[in-house]
Design a protein around this ligand. Structure first.
Ligand code: C5P
Length: 210
């Protein structure tokens, strides 16, 4: 049966001043591959994406955003229409408290930034947005990959978490290949190393089995 997918992708940009921002290392490739694969399989797809240098896949409803706050509002508006939500965005955890209207000048030898926590978008899906569909999160870990991912699964109410070990140089980040483990509440499924499009088809299939 065809479903409506909501996918978040890419980094967010948190402005420091009119010319600078804080961000996360993310190409957006995984989220765009997921959105493209779901659309290619005939599903309806809403892609909510932070700034990326990627072509928007065919057949996808595309909603560009800049900041975590904008992504939060976009997800809160559109998640009610989806049956499957996959959160592949690398959202900045913090943003600057004050954003001056003018460029910050290099007057001192040190500069202290005060940051405030951004909303956890995935963590809001169940309790704040009331999402009842299939919820998939991502976990980029450098150690204790499975146990950290399972903690995330429980805290955020996911059906499964796609865990990848970002300490490995050959996969993840800018790479077009990835090797991940799907972490469920009671078990894990390790997928083979494959390109992000094939991996997307596997993740979509698993999401439709939940
Ligand atoms: O806790 P952590 O940020 O590592 O969790 C990663 C998962 O949570 C990813 O699926 C990411 O898209 C999502 N996330 C989010 N909003 C945030 C932070 C993370 O949706 N502010």
């Amino acid at each position: 049966m065809k479903k409506h997918f909501l996918v978040t992708a890419g980094p967010t940009h948190e402005p420091l001043d009119p010319v600078r921002y804080l961000t996360n290392r993310s190409s957006g490739k995984m989220g765009y591959a997921l959105a493209g694969a779901a659309a290619h399989e005939g599903h309806r797809v809403t892609l909510i994406s932070g700034p990326c240098n990627l072509d928007v896949p065919d057949g996808v409803d595309y909603l560009p955003v800049e900041t975590a706050a904008e992504m939060y509002h976009a997800v809160s508006r559109y998640i009610g229409k989806a049956q499957v939500a996959i959160f592949a965005a690398a959202v900045a955890d913090y943003r600057p408290v004050n954003v001056p209207e003018q460029k910050i000048k290099k007057t001192g030898d040190t500069l202290t930034l005060e940051l405030v926590k951004n909303p956890d978008i995935l963590g809001s899906a169940r309790e704040v947005f009331g999402f009842k569909g299939t919820l998939v999160g991502f976990a980029a870990e450098t150690e204790n990959v499975i146990s950290n991912a399972r903690g995330k699964l429980q805290r955020k109410g996911c059906d499964f978490v796609v865990a990848n070990d970002v300490s490995r140089k050959d996969i993840g980040f800018d790479s077009s290949e990835n090797e991940v483990t799907l972490v469920y509440a009671e078990h894990e499924v390790t997928l083979p190393k494959e390109d992000k499009y094939q991996l997307s088809l596997d993740i979509i299939e698993k999401a439709l089995e939940v």
